[in-house]
Design a protein around this ligand. Sequence first.
Ligand code: HEC
Ligand code: HEC
Ligand code: HEC
Length: 122
Amino acid sequence: MKKLLLGMILLGFVAMPVFADDSGGDIHYDKPVIGVLFSHASHVEEAGLDCDSCHNDLFSMEARAVQEEQDFNMLALSEGRYCGACHDGEMAFASSTRCASCHEGAIGFRRSLGLNDSGGRH
Ligand code: HEC
Ligand code: HEC
Ligand code: HEC
């Protein structure tokens, strides 16, 4: 039931701003752990990557589809899959470092839903 509710909240609050931006926007993962952020702006505008560099076989153009894969985890990243295709310490910082760059955590995730972080303190 909680999951269903969360899903409905996600559809209502996250899908809108994401669909409004045709470059893909910000994508917030919550499986297997809550609070991983992928930013199209960082990758396309700042790092200057082409759409093709990820939208080949690596990622579909559907937010959070990949988190349904059983192996969307740190082991896969360290073996060069998913984000780890680039975050290998050569093309981009390694996925074994700078945890907080990718992991916005529960507070960041709640903020992305437009909820205040009543549980945490600044
Ligand atoms: C560095 C990798 C990367 C690059 C470069 C990239 N994307 Fe994405 N894109 C992703 C990821 C990751 C997802 C989410 C896939 C998932 O969660 O399964 C995504 C999802 C999307 C979505 C779906 C958004 C939604 O709300 O469902 C669209 C549309 C999209 N990208 C368009 C683009 C376009 C257009 C470009 C080039 C201007 C681009 N992307 C470049 C990684 C990238
Ligand atoms: C096609 C290669 C590629 C893929 C795939 C990719 N990244 Fe990146 N990413 C980069 C590059 C290049 C940079 C910029 C260089 C750096 O920071 O090392 C970057 C930077 C970042 C940053 C820092 C952004 C900032 O503003 O400083 C984060 C966080 C990040 N990526 C998360 C992710 C996550 C999460 C995924 C998987 C969902 C992912 N990336 C997939 C290439 C990629
Ligand atoms: C390049 C981005 C990136 C970096 C850096 C990163 N992670 Fe992750 N992490 C992910 C993604 C993507 C997932 C899967 C999506 C999710 O769980 O929300 C994930 C999932 C996880 C998980 C749950 C799945 C598993 O493998 O057990 C843990 C625990 C985790 N990360 C810990 C860490 C720690 C600790 C660090 C730093 C040493 C770190 N991560 C650095 C992107 C990253």
